[in-house]
Write a protein that binds this ligand. Structure first.
Ligand code: FAD
Length: 414
């Protein structure tokens, strides 16, 4: 069996894996990314948050994105709009308290992930497509990854450290028995792309639109516009809710869209472009985010929920934190992976969790749809929606649970 040796092996070339590998490579660390698929390949997760632009800048990947955005149909994004029972509220991500970018893009992930991987390779990052990893062992000497290469031959990589960025495949959580209950209800999503034919005056294409079902506040829809006249359209609800309705994927999505009058009107001329897809039970958590010679990045660690489009931002944050820790470790510093990686990552994830839970139990929806928000409070909430969930100078980050509960109470009383 062929066996190569590198300092860091990365499983998966999605946003987390490519960002981590690029940051490490730029610091002179030998790294290899093993990616099971060939790109472009489909992925869900098309609406980015401005905070994620910080990391693309850090890795020298932002220029290519800006240059290619138009050609690839990516849509400039400056905020989020929310609609419930005829009421529409929007957040302008540039009107926030946290420093940093206030705009980003909505991207077709097949093209976006390929663009990042291409740019990383241009910088010299070693990515092997068609190389799936099946087993990983770690001991005092090394981490050893075994899989199959793109010609079907057995293949091994020995590394000082392995980063699992395998997304929903969750390679190390499965192999090392790290899975733990997510604490969020199992939800399901039905989605497709549509040619939307929406009149420009009816839709602010610079914002993702989140609509709430008129009767069931925990059922919601995304409409993510691209710049080429298409949108990503999806609906999310509890698995049991959809099972009770017992419809095929396309009928389910079409029926639910027809139940929300605002969306029904917007999409009256829409053509569905591909078969309606479904994913369920995607919320996931782990007992630990690191261990001997390994760390878990992005979705291979914790995944909450799609409602605030936080997935890629969390994936990038994990990659950046892990790369910084590894750079120090290879310089001979002692890295405390709990204090230097897991805790700082978890802090922002837990902030998003507060708002995700608040969305589903309704209190955060009361805040979002409150008609007379105080401007400064709205800016603080807006920072979080723009991805700045690690900015502890924002009280709605530092004390997210208490602040959200208090704010919701005020909105309810008025
Ligand atoms: P991925 O992007 O999944 O990449 C993992 C890579 O690992 C893949 O390329 C895969 O082929 C590879 N791989 C898997 N197994 C192996 C193996 N054994 N060997 C080698 N390679 C392997 N996020 C947002 O930011 N915005 C959104 O609007 C959004 N909407 C979402 C909607 C839904 C319904 C869901 C479920 C999620 C959504 N997300 C969204 C989340 C987003 O999809 C993920 O958070 C993001 O893709 C995570 O990136 P990643 O790099 O961790 O993993």
């Amino acid at each position: 069996v062929r066996r190569d040796r590198v300092q860091v092996a990365v499983i998966g070339a999605g946003p987390a894996g490519v960002l981590a590998a690029t940051l490490l490579h730029r610091q002179g660390i030998s790294v290899r990314v093993l990616e099971k698929n060939h790109f472009p390949r489909f992925s869900i997760g098309e609406s980015l948050l401005p905070q994620s632009m910080v990391y693309l800048e850090e890795a020298g990947l932002i220029g290519g994105l800006q240059d290619k955005a138009q050609e690839l149909g990516f849509q400039f994004k400056n905020g989020a709009g929310f609609r419930h029972q005829g009421r529409y509220v929007d957040f302008d991500f540039t009107d926030k308290v946290s420093p940093g970018p206030g705009t980003t893009f909505q991207v077709k992930r097949a093209a976006f992930d390929k663009l990042l991987a291409d740019q990383a390779q241009e910088q010299g990052v070693d990515i092997r497509f068609g190389h799936g990893i099946d087993t990983v062992t770690t001991d005092e000497q090394q981490a050893l990854l075994t899989g199959t290469d793109n010609e079907g031959n057995a293949y091994q990589v020995a590394a000082d450290f392995v980063l699992d960025a395998s997304g929903f495949a969750r390679v190390l959580p499965r192999l090392f028995d790290l899975e733990s209950p997510s604490g969020l209800a199992p939800r399901q999503s039905f989605f497709t792309h549509v040619r939307d034919h929406i009149a420009p005056a009816d839709f602010d294409r610079n914002k993702i639109l989140i609509s709430v079902h008129p009767q069931h506040h925990d059922v919601w829809y995304w409409l993510i516009p691209f710049s080429d006249g298409t949108c990503s359209l999806g609906v999310v609800g509890e698995v049991a809710y959809f099972e009770e309705r017992g419809l095929d994927n396309e009928t389910m999505l079409r029926t639910l869209v027809a139940e929300e009058p605002g969306l029904k009107a917007l999409l009256s001329q829409a053509q569905y472009l591909n078969p309606v897809n479904s994913l369920k039970g995607y919320s996931a958590k782990v007992k630990q985010l690191w261990g001997k010679r390994y760390a878990l990045l992005g979705n291979a660690g914790e995944f909450l929920d799609p409602v605030f489009s936080s997935g890629v931002t969390i994936a990038f944050t994990s990659a950046s934190l892990a790369a910084k820790a590894l750079v120090r470790q290879f310089k001979g510093d002692v890295v405390d992976w709990q204090a230097d990686y897991a805790q700082p990552l978890q802090q922002g994830v837990d902030v998003f969790r507060t708002y995700v839970e608040g969305w589903y139990d309704g209190i955060f929806q009361d805040v979002i749809f409150y008609p007379n928000p105080q401007a400064q409070i709205k800016r603080m909430v807006c920072s979080i929606l723009a991805g700045y969930a690690w900015d502890r100078s924002n009280p709605y980050v530092a004390e997210s649970k208490r602040r959200l509960a208090a704010l919701a109470e005020v909105c309810r009383l008025n």
